[in-house]
Ligand binder design. Sequence first.
Ligand SMILES: Nc1nc2c(ncn2[C@@H]2O[C@H](COP(=O)(O)OP(=O)(O)O)[C@@H](O)[C@H]2O)c(=O)[nH]1
Ligand SMILES: [Mg+2]
Length: 371
Amino acid sequence: MFGMLRKKIKTFFKKEEEKIEEKLEQAPEEEAVEEPAGPEQIVQEEPEKKTQPSAGKRPAGKKAEKKTRKEKDSEKEKKVRLAARVKKRIARRIRIKEEDIAPLLEDFELELLEADVALETAEEIVKKLREKLVGKEITSKETISGTVEKALRETLLEILPAPDKVKLEGGKPFVIMVVGPNGHGKTTTIVKLAKKLQDKGKKVVIAAADTFRAASIEQLETLAGRIGVRVIKHDYGADPAAVCYDAIAHAKARGLDYVILDTAGRSELNKNLMEELRKIERVAKPDLKVYVGESLAGNAAVEEAKNFDKAVDFDGIIMTKADCDVKGGSIISVAHATGKPVLWLGVGQGLDDLEEFTPEKLVDRILGEDD
Ligand SMILES: Nc1nc2c(ncn2[C@@H]2O[C@H](COP(=O)(O)OP(=O)(O)O)[C@@H](O)[C@H]2O)c(=O)[nH]1
Ligand SMILES: [Mg+2]
């Protein structure tokens, strides 16, 4: 998962670090005013304060503090002065300049596009990264990788919408409307979701509201049958809104907890479909609207999602097929472009293959080691 995106990011890290390190090595040596120094200065209480702003160097700072105490006890002034001088001599410092990283960021934008990140998302990532990195002070090699990674982590968390407002409980029955293009995994995902709810002891019914695609009702019945969840259906060609209405009535009559609406996909550009979805929305008044899109779709993924968002203004996203060899970029692009959070990832064809997701988890995955 996220294989290519992660690889691109790793390469960018490496190049960026090398570039900054090179600049750091070229930087003139300077008086280490910020370095923790000898006890004479500690007495004046100045360097202690000044040490703090050179953040990111915690280990060095701590070590210096300990050493200082020890040295204070021993009162070997000469030695201390010498140590202070040595420290001063090796100190270098740079402030990252726009021109230092501009070519690398340009390359990085192209790499992101290759990893299926949509143009507007890639531009935003690079813009934010630039803002975060330019002007950053680097005082040691050790802080470089931390600085770059922190900037990217913050950037990704900023562009990935938070799922705060999305709740999976509230009404009884709680109605979940699922929309998305044909074949992207709606029906499979709905049954996975039903299983998750059932595992929590909830009672679920599914409305077979895709009355358009041949065999869609049988497919849903077969999958739902595996977990013993009831499907409410009409005939093919029937009004999907009527199916949803019946399913909700059924849930109310029996005190069920959840109704999930399995809608038709067809072409996302199909105007009739969008009308149909809006009608279902009016009739069913869903508590939660979820878009299901596959993470294989690359740049087209964003356009598809936007079209569905225009029609029903969905609340959250499930990206499926993340187990396939996806580049990863479309997952963050769909979330960024629609401003809606990714709530789950489909990671296989089995009914347990649905992973709950948060932006933090997503970023950990992207920046983490290979899975
Ligand atoms: N590998 C993989 N396949 C999936 C995933 N989700 C759905 N599929 C497969 O995608 C195909 C289309 O799924 P379906 O639920 O019928 O899509 P729908 O047309 O949107 O209802 C089926 O063969 C599913 O088994 C997933 O997360 N991983
Ligand atoms: Mg389906």
